[in-house]
Design a protein around this ligand. Structure first.
Ligand SMILES: Nc1ncnc2c1ncn2[C@@H]1O[C@H](COP(=O)(O)OP(=O)(O)OP(=O)(O)O)[C@@H](O)[C@H]1O
Ligand SMILES: [Mg+2]
Length: 114
């Protein structure tokens, strides 16, 4: 696959530092969403009226970046280095293959679309 999707959750106060570091290595676009979630400690599940609910969601920022495959490792390393505090809840990084990317204005595809 020529392009990869990197989904990362980070602590909200780290957003600006991570954004600066990513633009510094040549990232040209990203999506940023305010989310709530849980990892291995903070969300315990409970049974309520027969269904299982996750409680104690914690606010996080979700980043989604589509980058050329050659850049993916550097992006992961940059997020890892800048988002890390060493305390619990520093986040997760997932890397996925992207079947196609298209720039709407020109019709360019894959790495040319980024
Ligand atoms: N398995 C997962 N699938 C999808 N999203 C996840 C998963 N684990 C964590 N997340 C997302 O990442 C956020 C941060 O998770 P977190 O850093 O607490 O993970 P963790 O495994 O508990 O690591 P740590 O031990 O450092 O806390 C969560 O709020 C959630 O949004
Ligand atoms: Mg956690």
């Amino acid at each position: 696959m020529k392009v990869k999707l990197i989904i990362a959750t980070i602590k909200p106060f780290k957003l600006e530092e991570v954004r600066e570091a990513l633009t510094g290595i040549g990232v040209r676009g990203m999506m940023v969403t305010e989310i709530k979630g849980f990892g291995s400690q903070s969300g315990h599940t409970e049974i309520y009226r027969g269904a299982e609910y996750a409680v104690n969601f914690v606010p996080k920022i979700k980043l989604e970046l589509v980058v050329s495959s050659g850049m993916a490792e550097q992006v992961v390393e940059t997020i890892k280095a800048t988002a890390q505090t060493g305390k619990i809840g520093d986040g997760k990084i997932f890397v996925l293959d992207v079947a196609q990317a298209v720039r709407v204005r020109t019709g360019e595809t894959d790495a040319d679309a980024l």
